[in-house]
Design a protein around this ligand. Structure first.
Ligand SMILES: NC(=O)c1ccc[n+]([C@@H]2O[C@H](COP(=O)([O-])OP(=O)(O)OC[C@H]3O[C@@H](n4cnc5c(N)ncnc54)[C@H](O)[C@@H]3O)[C@@H](O)[C@H]2O)c1
Length: 376
């Protein structure tokens, strides 16, 4: 991984040998998309997006690409998780095949994590692998899902169960696109930014305490820095452990609790993914404190920061009926990471010091969700 800073633009290289690629982060990057994509484009370039993003940003991207001599054709999917499905995949692959995309081609994903995951998966299986570019339009996608090559669709049995690793050829993260994102989605993505500070970089966490709010409130330089630093951290981890045989699991901090909370709320708009991750990270900190692994003041500081930016940090913050530990354990038992009733937990020794605890008994969840002993 390497990084170059240039005003409000930063470039990070994901060091994966022959499959290495650059992540360009900047304010106004969309307007330069043609110059970055031109060397990779062959023939017709499909641009896959969803209807919300199409209404806001597609026309400008198509214009920019046309100006640079790229023949782009849009494919507009329905917004929302339902497009990340076998039905969505069938439709997308059909349209791509109708455009006669071949293995030398390039498919562009313009959207949030749903469009990025679906397009990446379609690109990975179509003709056994076509190149694709990510132009992430949500904060979550810019700091997390567009980087690292995990692609997937959902199955009836659960989220992201059908997928493959297929790295993009380039990522263009334009922080200006975040201006149209609803505040709740912006905050949900910020949970993943805070995650990088918590899991491996206390200095970055200090910086977020001072600047995170500014970034969320529209300070361009602060947002570029927050996105670029998050991408650099993810890129470094992915370069060392692309297939999640070890260290990459740290990126799941807060996610197992978060997924269980999402399941307990029926994947409804009572709780969006990033909010589940925020509460999940708070629970991971609390559990680490209860197990005597982490100073209480570090957990308090992290939770204070979530609250300061406006993120939920406790199960009680979720509107509606409150999930209890047994219900959450029931959902966690179906997690991909459970073997023999034992779960891989990501715990913390302090701010910036996450570690993987293999084979933790599911019962310890009682300690962190407030049944009997701890309420947070
Ligand atoms: N591959 C990975 O490593 C990885 C990591 C984390 C999450 N994910 C996946 O990402 C998905 C969630 O991604 P998400 O939170 O970006 O959701 P999303 O793609 O559904 O986007 C959220 C909403 O924001 C809208 N939107 C997108 N960009 C916008 C913009 N600039 N302005 C206004 N509206 C905009 C979308 O239309 C959608 O309604 C999940 O499916 C999750 O499984 C994947």
């Amino acid at each position: 991984m390497s990084g170059i800073m240039n005003g409000h633009r930063e470039t990070i290289t994901v060091g994966l040998g022959g499959r290495a690629y650059d992540i360009h982060v900047g304010h106004g990057m969309l307007d330069r998309a043609g110059q970055y994509l031109k060397p990779l484009a062959r023939g017709i370039v499909p641009v896959v997006t969803d209807r919300h993003v199409a209404d806001l940003h597609l026309e400008r991207l198509l214009q920019v690409l046309t100006n640079d001599g790229i023949a782009a054709r849009p494919i507009v999917m329905a917004p929302g998780e339902a497009s990340k499905s076998f039905a969505g995949l069938e439709r997308l692959c059909g349209e791509l095949l109708d455009m006669e995309i071949d293995r030398t081609g390039l498919i562009v994903a313009l959207g949030g994590g749903v469009i990025g995951d679906l397009t990446g998966f379609a690109a990975g299986v179509l003709k056994r692998g076509v190149g694709f570019a990510q132009i992430p339009t949500t904060l979550l996608a810019q700091v997390d899902s567009s980087v690292g090559g995990k692609t997937a669709i959902n199955a009836r049995q659960g989220k992201n169960l059908v997928g493959l690793f297929h790295q993009p050829r380039i990522v263009l993260a334009d922080t200006a696109l975040l201006a149209t994102l609803p505040r709740r989605e912006l905050l949900a993505g910020y949970a993943e930014v805070a995650k990088y500070g918590a899991l491996g970089d206390a200095d970055f966490f200090n910086w977020l305490e001072a600047n995170g709010r500014k970034a969320l409130d529209g300070d361009e330089a602060a947002m570029v820095r927050a996105v670029a630093h998050s991408c650099a951290m993810k890129a470094a981890i992915v370069a060392r452990d692309e297939r999640e045989t070890g260290e990459r699991a740290l990126l799941n901090l807060g996610h197992t609790f978060g997924h269980a909370l999402e399941a307990a709320t029926g994947f409804s708009d009572r709780l969006v993914h990033g909010e589940g991750v925020a509460i999940g990270m708070a629970l991971a900190f609390r559990l680490s404190v209860t197990l005597g692994l982490c100073p209480g003041q570090d957990a308090d500081r992290f939770i204070r920061h979530l609250k300061a930016v406006g993120l939920p940090s406790a199960i009680a913050d979720i509107p509606g009926p409150r999930a209890n530990a047994d219900e959450l354990i029931g959902h966690m038992a179906h997690d991909k990471k459970v073997t023999d009733g034992k779960l891989t937990f990501i715990l913390l020794k302090g701010l910036g010091q996450a570690f993987v605890r293999d084979k933790g008994p599911l019962g310890v969840v009682h300690y962190s969700v407030g049944v009997g002993r701890h309420r947070i």
